[in-house]
Design a protein around this ligand. Structure first.
Ligand SMILES: *[C@@H]1O[C@H](CO)[C@@H](O)[C@H](O)[C@H]1NC(C)=O
Ligand SMILES: *[C@@H]1O[C@H](CO)[C@@H](O)[C@H](O)[C@H]1NC(C)=O
Ligand SMILES: *[C@@H]1O[C@H](CO)[C@@H](O)[C@H](O)[C@H]1NC(C)=O
Length: 352
């Protein structure tokens, strides 16, 4: 029998065939781009952009270069933050995104929040370092600092970062086309906003000491963003306590509301998800699970990287690794240090 799908939107059809379209974070594939973007024609060659993102690229090439850098950061920070978990963010790496980032799971909630925070963080920092001509330092804080402190330096331009970052990263969810389900879009937008809120909370006072021979009698201070790895840890905590929601009529339209708990609206600072995740113990391409076979585990840990939890009870195999270290270091007058090289064997473990 011949089958055709004339009524399926193209995007959905491609989704079924390749399971990689229709996602709001397709732009993360930019992490693999090596091209330097300095001509408008380059925008056409970039993968993963929806039309309004491509438009933004053409109108602001410098910004696009910063966004490519942000995509690399997302990948790096996500994998570092989840190195001790069964799900280790490797789906970001797979150039065809694995389905776990499509289905509205807890993991996709984290990736959307981290992506939104990272893109705005990277833009805000690029303003400060002078990489972007259309923005500069953020505003000096209004309030008067304590005695011994004064405002100075260059504040991270969080305002511009949030403005341009959300314009770019929310674009796929704000498209009018019928791509993806409405519930998923609401979920992604909510989690992106949670990420940006975590970024706002990470704007802290940073100071530098001045004064005679480091006496620190005067401090120059500015508002600076904490490092991304700290923001990612904050979002990981939110990931661990994320709330499952359903798409349900509330008043005049459908909204996301917590599934099990008492009737309350979704909180601004909580990550939400629609689909339960697999346990990520065994390999299952369909569910986006790599499985944990051959993953390294920690025999003395009692956390998520312990051999018990990481290997899902399957047990583990030991192997030994030779490590070379500096040892027996001696200080010689004046002024150098000599060391010997020592070799030792360490036991390591991988999951069966
Ligand atoms: C664009 O970037 C490439 C690669 O860095 C460089 O060789 C080229 O000169 C640049 N072109 C312009 C117009 O700046
Ligand atoms: C994540 O886990 C997979 C599957 O076990 C492994 O192949 C991959 O190297 C890991 N990635 C990172 C970044 O640790
Ligand atoms: C294993 O876990 C213990 C306890 O949490 C920690 O002190 C140690 O550094 C870990 N070892 C490795 C190789 O990560």
């Amino acid at each position: 029998m011949k089958r055709t799908f004339p009524s399926l939107p193209l995007c959905l059809l491609t989704f079924l065939l390749l399971s990689q379209q229709c996602t709001g974070i397709r732009w993360l594939v930019l992490s693999q781009t090596t091209q330097h973007i300095n001509k408008t024609q380059h925008c056409k060659t970039l993968p993963g952009l929806v039309s309004s993102q491509a438009l933004l690229c053409r109108s602001n090439l410098e910004l696009m270069q910063t966004i490519i850098q942000a995509a690399r950061e997302v990948k790096k920070v996500c994998q570092k933050t989840f190195a001790d978990m069964r799900w280790n963010c490797s789906s970001i790496d797979a150039s065809k995104f694995l389905p776990d980032l499509e289905r509205g799971t807890r993991e996709s909630a984290f990736v959307y929040a981290l992506s939104a925070a990272t893109i705005s963080h990277t833009i805000a920092r690029a303003c400060t370092s002078g990489d972007l001509r259309l923005c500069s330092c953020g505003p000096i804080a209004g309030e008067i600092p304590e005695p011994g402190y004064r405002w100075g330096g260059c504040a991270d331009n969080l305002h511009y970062g949030l403005l341009m970052g959300s314009k770019f990263s929310d674009a796929p969810m704000k498209m009018k086309k019928k791509s993806g389900s409405n519930a998923n879009k609401l979920m992604h937008l909510h989690n992106s906003e949670v990420g940006r809120q975590a970024l706002r909370d990470a704007l802290v006072m940073k100071c530098k000491c001045h004064g005679v021979s480091g006496s620190c009698s005067i401090r120059t201070c500015w508002r600076g963003l904490q490092d991304l790895k700290d923001i990612a840890m904050d979002l990981k905590t939110k990931y661990l306590s994320a709330t499952k929601v359903v798409h349900r009529p509330m008043g005049t339209r459908k909204q996301l509301v917590p599934k099990d708990i008492d009737i309350r609206p979704v909180r601004e600072n909580e990550l939400v998800y629609l689909q339960s995740s697999p346990d990520y113990c065994t390999k299952n391409d369909k569910l986006g699970s790599f499985g944990t076979q051959d993953r390294q585990c920690n025999k003395t840990s009692s956390g998520s990287d312990s051999c018990d939890l990481m290997c899902c009870g399957r047990g583990h195999n030991p192997y030994s690794e030779r490590v070379v270290e500096r040892c027996h270091c001696k200080y010689h007058w004046c002024c150098y240090v000599t060391c010997k090289k020592c070799e030792r064997t360490v036991e390591k473990y991988v999951c069966k």
